[in-house]
Design a protein around this ligand. Structure first.
Ligand code: NDP
Length: 292
């Protein structure tokens, strides 16, 4: 018997419904809906799709989401000026700067522009203040993808306390915050990366395995302990151009067996990520309201 599916689409819908009364309360009390500003610099077809989905989701759930475009030729100073203007706008609760910024802005553009976002409005959770607060287990806006994975585990009641969680990937936006969220749920956490020796052997000791690598079908049955939970963060295209994750889904699902869990791609982490953006926007708006 194959493992059970962690249904991100169904959980995301349920979570969005749960957010609706909070959106309505903010709108009633503040006299305006939660505001999300999305900055898109340059032309990057995948970013166009991501941004469109983010704006559509926020709008469909009662937020006022506005896209701010900058041309391909925009400079870092222009991006910084826009972010500062949004920081000072009382109708904006959440600010998101879509990555990647145009290469012409320079190698350090993303860190400079992300660091300029007001931490209280940083709905992507990338600002060093929010990262530091997450590490210290203080209230923070947390990066949407790892937050979505942790929420999926929480909602499905997957045991984490005292369990071994292995995260493959150590990026600032997925791997590291994911490890922190698992640690804060009392898991014993191992972070693996491209220099890890004998990765499959480490993964075979995982009760919870999170794959955030960016390589189609990288996680195969020899990485798997039967009965474990596998979260597939990857978004890749296979040789035929079909969307796929980092996990070789069908054989891994079989290897996990009926006691195991696995998140599919699509329909797993993706819908949870976008829902966490909505959730962070609502959190940010509620905190703004509490301060005023
Ligand atoms: P990065 O490229 O920033 O990080 C990839 C990580 O995987 C690195 O830490 C790298 O190690 C590690 N890695 C690469 N090759 C290997 C290997 N052979 N063995 C072990 N580790 C390896 O990617 P992101 O963290 O940004 O994203 C990861 C995946 O998640 C991508 O497919 C991305 O598209 C997807 N993603 C999905 C989201 C969603 O909403 N579902 C949101 C964000 C990302 P090292 O550090 O040593 O180089």
């Amino acid at each position: 018997m194959p493992a059970r599916r962690l249904d991100g689409t169904a959980w995301a819908e349920r979570l969005r419904r749960e957010l609706e009364p909070r959106v309505a309360a903010i709108t009633r009390h503040a006299g305006r809906p939660p505001g999300l500003a999305v900055v898109l610099a340059g032309t990057h077809p995948p970013s166009e799709i991501y941004v469109r989905n983010k704006i559509a989701t926020a709008t469909a759930h009662g937020c006022h989401a506005v896209l701010h475009r900058l041309p391909d030729t925009a400079t870092v100073d222009e991006a910084l000026a826009l972010v500062r203007q949004l920081n000072a706008d009382d109708s904006v609760d959440g600010i998101l700067v879509q990555s990647p910024l145009p290469a012409a802005m320079g190698a350090d553009a993303e860190s400079r522009v992300f660091d300029a976002v007001d931490p209280a409005r940083d709905v992507d959770g990338f600002h060093p203040v929010n990262v530091g607060r997450l590490v210290q287990k203080r209230p923070a806006l947390v990066a949407c993808t790892p937050l979505g994975c942790a929420t999926l585990l929480d909602r499905e009641d997957i045991p984490l306390r005292g369990r071994h969680a292995v995260v493959i990937g150590r990026s600032d936006i997925v791997g590291k915050p994911m490890a922190m969220l698992l640690l804060h749920r009392d898991a014993t956490v191992t972070i693996c990366h491209s220099r890890t020796v004998d990765l499959p052997a480490i993964c075979r000791t995982a009760d919870v395995l999170v794959a955030a690598i960016g390589r189609p079908g990288f996680v195969t049955p020899d990485f798997i302990k039967p009965g474990a939970t596998v979260i597939d963060v990857g978004i890749n295209r296979d040789e035929a151009g079909k969307l796929c994750g980092d996990v070789d889904f069908a054989p891994v699902r079989e290897a996990l067996g009926p006691e195991g869990w696995i998140s599919p791609v699509p329909g797993g982490v993706g819908p949870m990520t976008i829902t966490m953006l909505l959730s962070n926007t609502v959190d940010a708006a509620e905190r703004t309201e509490q301060r005023t």
